[in-house]
Ligand binder design. Structure first.
Ligand code: ZN
Ligand code: ZN
Length: 209
């Protein structure tokens, strides 16, 4: 509702020709960096006692999340994080101009894919983290859901490393890599069915309330 007047104010382009990929990709990278920095600090704020209990606890109901849990959150949390998604394109356009609405479309698509990957629980072989080591793989956010501490950023590992909020995660990773106990083989179909059952159970519990 607010997006259109603000987009018009900052000068979003909506007409043809569409921008080239070489124009869009550096912009989308900037949107990722801006959103990630905003997300990091807002997420840390959401872990402050009263705010955690009132808002962020909903998202943390899943200690081992799946892709669909990405959007499972308190409406206020969703609003705050959606503002972060808008912040990049709007501020970039305000200061540098030349942002097309189609770039926004690609940005939101990439951002959703990143969020679903982070919550998927799968070590996807073609994950960006294998080509770009600063990218946070699903293990990064999985730890956050498991331990409720550390790893507040969404897309990159940079902010947590810089501000010292991945120390416990690093200790956990080191212990895990030194352990002789290999992770058990998981039947993917069985795991998928278990997750569906868990989601159905959660929906039933919500209905009872
Ligand atoms: Zn959290
Ligand atoms: Zn999460």
């Amino acid at each position: 509702m607010l997006f259109l007047p603000i987009a018009n104010f900052v000068g979003f382009s909506t007409s043809v020709p569409f921008p080239s990929f070489s124009t869009m990709m550096p912009q989308i990278l900037c949107f990722f960096v801006i959103e990630d920095f905003y997300h990091y600090w807002m997420h840390r704020l959401f872990h402050w006692g009263p705010i955690y209990k009132a808002i962020h606890k909903v998202h943390h109901e899943f200690t081992a999340p799946s892709g669909i849990a990405t959007e499972y959150a308190h409406p206020l949390e969703t609003l705050v994080f959606v503002l972060g998604v808008m912040l990049g394109p709007l501020s970039f356009c305000y200061y540098f101009g030349n942002v097309h609405v189609i770039s926004m479309f690609f940005w939101i698509t990439f951002k959703l894919c990143q969020s679903v990957e982070a919550h998927s629980g799968y070590d996807i072989p073609f994950s960006i983290s294998y080509f770009f080591p600063l990218w946070a793989n699903p293990d990064h956010h999985d730890y956050h859901h498991m331990a409720f501490v550390n790893n507040f950023a969404s897309s990159f590992i940079v902010w947590d490393r810089l501000f010292g909020t991945d120390i416990k995660y690093q200790i956990y990773r080191n212990k895990r890599s030194q352990s002789n106990n290999k992770l058990p083989e998981v039947d993917l179909i069985e795991a998928f069915i278990l997750r569906i059952k868990k989601i159905i159970k959660t929906i039933e519990n919500v209905k009872k309330i």
